[in-house]
Design a protein around this ligand. Structure first.
Ligand code: ZN
Length: 251
C-alpha cells in the first residue's frame, strides 16, 4: 500500500543493508537537468537524444562535435553535490549501505564522498572517455582540453579510433559486471531505496522486482508517480533534498 510519509518507520531506521538506487532527480538540485521530466533535456529538444545515440554518434561527425560541446558546457557549469548526495555519504558512514546503484553519469556521489567501491554506475561515467575501436580509457579532462585546443572531434591517440564518453549510449550494451553487482546487491538488501528515478528504464525497474521478490522493503522517493508505487512500503513525494536526509538519519 503506497502512502506519503509521516514519521520515518522503525523498519527503515533499523535497516542494515540498504541498497540505494538513484536517478536524475537526485542531481537536479545540483543544476543538472534531467532527461525525460517536464523540463528535461530531451523533452525540450528531442534532437538532443541523438547526441547520446550510438548509431548517430558513430556515423555523423557533426553529432560528435555537438556532443563534445555538450560535455564541455556541462563541465563549465561545475555542478556540486547537494544535500541528497551528502545524506547517502552519511548512510555509508553509518555502515548501513549495501550498495549505491546510480543511473547518473555525473560522478557527484563520489565527489560528495561516497566510496568508489560502493557506487555502481549502471550508465557509466562522464568523467572518462573510451575509444570505441581499441577500448583505451582516458580522462574526459584530457579530451576536453583537446576540444579547447581546436580539435572538434578528437581521435584515440593509440589507434585513431572514435572516442566517446564512458557513458552508456542508446543502442549500447550495459556493462555485464556492473549489472551483475547491482543484481546481487538488490537480492541481498533489507531495504531498496529508490530516489529520483521514474523506474521506467531497465535495469532499474528489474532491481526493484528482484529486491521485492527477495523480501526487501521498498521505499520510493520521487516527485512523480512510478509503476511500482503500489508495491512500495513507503512512497515519499516531498523534495528529495529535505526528505532523504530525514529518511536515512541514524536512530
Ligand atoms: Zn583506440
Amino acid at each position: 500500500m503506497a502512502r506519503v510519509t509521516g514519521a520515518v518507520p522503525d523498519w527503515l531506521t533499523e535497516a542494515r543493508r540498504i541498497c540505494v538506487l538513484t536517478g536524475a532527480g537526485v542531481s537536479t538540485d545540483s543544476g543538472i537537468p534531467d532527461y525525460r521530466g517536464p523540463n528535461g533535456m530531451w523533452t525540450r529538444d528531442p534532437d538532443a537524444e541523438k547526441l547520446v545515440t550510438l548509431s548517430c554518434y558513430l556515423t555523423d561527425p557533426d553529432i560528435r562535435r555537438r556532443s563534445w560541446l555538450m560535455r564541455r558546457d556541462l563541465r563549465l557549469a561545475d555542478p556540486q553535490p547537494n544535500a541528497a548526495h551528502a545524506a547517502l555519504v552519511d548512510l555509508e558512514r553509518q555502515g548501513r549501505l549495501r550498495a549505491l546503484v546510480t543511473q547518473n553519469i555525473d560522478g557527484l556521489h563520489q565527489r560528495a564522498g561516497s566510496s568508489a567501491g560502493s557506487v555502481l554506475e549502471i550508465h557509466g561515467t562522464v568523467h572518462h572517455v573510451v575509444c570505441v575501436a581499441c577500448g583505451d580509457r582516458t580522462s574526459m579532462t584530457s579530451a576536453l582540453d583537446r576540444i579547447e585546443a581546436g580539435e572538434p572531434d578528437p581521435r584515440c591517440l593509440q589507434c585513431g579510433g572514435i572516442l566517446k564518453s564512458a557513458t552508456v549510449y542508446f543502442g549500447q550494451e550495459l556493462d555485464e559486471r556492473v549489472v551483475g553487482a547491482c543484481t546481487a546487491a538488490a537480492a541481498d538488501c533489507d531495504v531498496l531505496l529508490a530516489v529520483g528515478t521514474s523506474l521506467q528504464v531497465w535495469p532499474a525497474a528489474g532491481l526493484v522486482e528482484i529486491a521485492a521478490a527477495s523480501g526487501a522493503r521498498l521505499v520510493i522517493v520521487n516527485a512523480e508517480p512510478t509503476p511500482y508505487d503500489d508495491l512500495a512500503d513507503l512512497v515519499v513525494r516531498e523534495p528529495i533534498g529535505t526528505a532523504l536526509p530525514r529518511l536515512v538519519a541514524p536512530c
